[in-house]
Design a binder for this molecule. Structure first.
Ligand SMILES: NC(=O)c1ccc[n+]([C@@H]2O[C@H](COP(=O)([O-])OP(=O)(O)OC[C@H]3O[C@@H](n4cnc5c(N)ncnc54)[C@H](O)[C@@H]3O)[C@@H](O)[C@H]2O)c1
Ligand SMILES: O=C(O)C(=O)C[C@]1(C(=O)O)C=C[C@@H](O)C=C1
Length: 375
């Protein structure tokens, strides 16, 4: 095998949804030649229209690197097909679990598997498809690679270079070690968020209408794609089941403490050394504090790409449009816009994301025009 050209050649992205189109947007904006493939021609065309690359053309050069960004259940097939079709290319993937994909590719691709490096960016969204893609999706996020002892060094180097060009932070792990880790930090949170959000179904509307930021924070990822997540959870079943069993033990302890406080528990005193019910409840929250403190911020790059300006917006038709118009007249580009709004409240809070250099000027100019911009 000759030296794979890696990122010096064209890059093919196979699967141009959220992750694939985000890879394409970032590489294209850095000047790479990106060719887009998807099982759905419409999805590939939308990704191309958004600037993630171009559709295959007659005379395209062979790829130096193929990035498979399709659902986990077809990832190994697509990796093996890419290794066969492009004998000089390096192939990587982004599937959320690694042990099964890596083992499958190694079992089926023979010597060609030496040009494959498994990968997984720890960055994503609760939305799917190219419309949700962002060129900065991976900036400052961990990106796991799982090279094997027989992976050719130039292949590993090419995929390390991809991770670096996308602004992500490189982590190398064995496939099993990766899957154990994501069971705890990605798959357990998804199940917990889905189960908490599912409790709202059928709840009285007046109760749900009181929802504040706490519920929104805990349930954001409950909006994720069910079919994709069924695959992800199933492909990491044993490690995830172990974590869920431990969570179930903690839930049982919380229920026991609450039933004791409510007077509905079976009578009896806790054994020596076991905290009483209020101690148990405080302990539960304190343990959460300790766990939360362990969650890292973004690695490497600046913690946020945009500065956020909160603006109070009256709950009247046209208010939001007037705000966006005012920001435009001030000459600042709205990079993102998020509304915090609870039904029945007279005002909402619009969070206007702008490049950090524009923040202070925008705050001053909006206040001058009468907008309420909290500190
Ligand atoms: N969503 C996330 O937060 C996230 C984060 C990191 C990694 N991942 C992984 O990235 C991969 C893609 O996820 P996504 O969120 O971009 O999903 P997505 O649904 O947005 O995109 C997947 C795309 O793959 C295409 N596809 C399906 N079968 C194909 C085939 N046989 N050939 C070519 N294209 C095919 C689909 O048409 C779709 O456009 C998955 O393996 C997922 O586990 C997802
Ligand atoms: O932020 C989100 O929306 C995500 O769910 C991203 C997230 C994660 O758990 O961190 C989800 C699954 C992917 O495999 C990688 C990243």
């Amino acid at each position: 095998m000759s030296t794979p050209p890696g990122l010096d050649g064209a890059v093919h992205v196979v699967g141009t949804g959220l992750v694939g189109a985000s890879v394409g947007l970032a590489l294209t904006s850095a000047g790479a030649d990106v060719v887009l493939h998807d099982a759905s021609p419409t999805v590939a065309a939308v990704a191309a229209d958004l600037g993630a690359g171009h559709l295959p053309r007659e005379g395209d050069p062979a790829p130096g690197l193929v990035v498979v960004a399709a659902p986990p259940d077809v990832t190994a097939d697509l990796v093996v097909a890419a290794l066969r079709s492009h004998p000089d290319a390096v192939v990587t993937d982004v599937a959320s679990t690694k042990a099964r994909v890596v083992a499958d590719v190694r079992a089926r691709a023979g010597a060609d598997a030496a040009r494959y490096v498994g990968g997984h960016p720890m960055a994503g969204r609760e939305r799917h498809g190219p419309m949700a893609a962002r060129a900065d999706l991976f900036v400052g996020r961990p990106w796991v690679l799982t090279p094997q002892p027989d992976t050719v060094a130039t292949a590993t180097a090419a995929v390390r270079e991809l991770v670096s060009r996308l602004g992500a932070s490189l982590v190398e792990l064995g496939p099993e070690e990766h899957d154990e880790a994501v069971a705890l930090v990605s798959h357990l949170p998804q199940v917990a968020a889905s189960l908490v959000a599912a409790r709202l179904v059928g709840a009285p509307e007046r109760a749900v209408a009181l929802a504040g930021q706490g519920l929104r924070d805990v349930t954001r990822i409950a909006a994720s794609d069910p079919v994709l997540w069924a695959q992800i959870l199933a492909s990491n079943a044993a490690p995830l089941a172990s974590h869920l069993r431990l969570l179930r033990d903690d839930l049982d302890a919380a229920v026991a403490a609450l039933e004791t406080v409510a007077g509905t528990a079976a009578p009896g005193h806790p054994p020596d050394g076991v905290p009483g019910p209020l101690g148990a409840l405080a302990g539960l929250v304190a343990d959460g504090n300790a766990g939360r403190a362990m969650v890292p911020g973004k690695h490497g790059a600046a913690p946020t790409l945009y500065a956020t300006v909160p603006v109070l917006v009256p709950d009247r038709p046209g208010s939001l449009a007037a705000l966006v118009g005012a920001v435009g007249e001030i000459g600042v580009n709205v990079e993102d816009l998020r509304i915090e709004h609870s039904p029945g409240r007279q005002v909402g809070v619009a969070e206007v994301s702008v490049v950090p250099a524009a923040r202070d000027g925008l705050v001053a100019a909006l206040r001058e025009r009468g907008w309420s911009v909290p500190d």
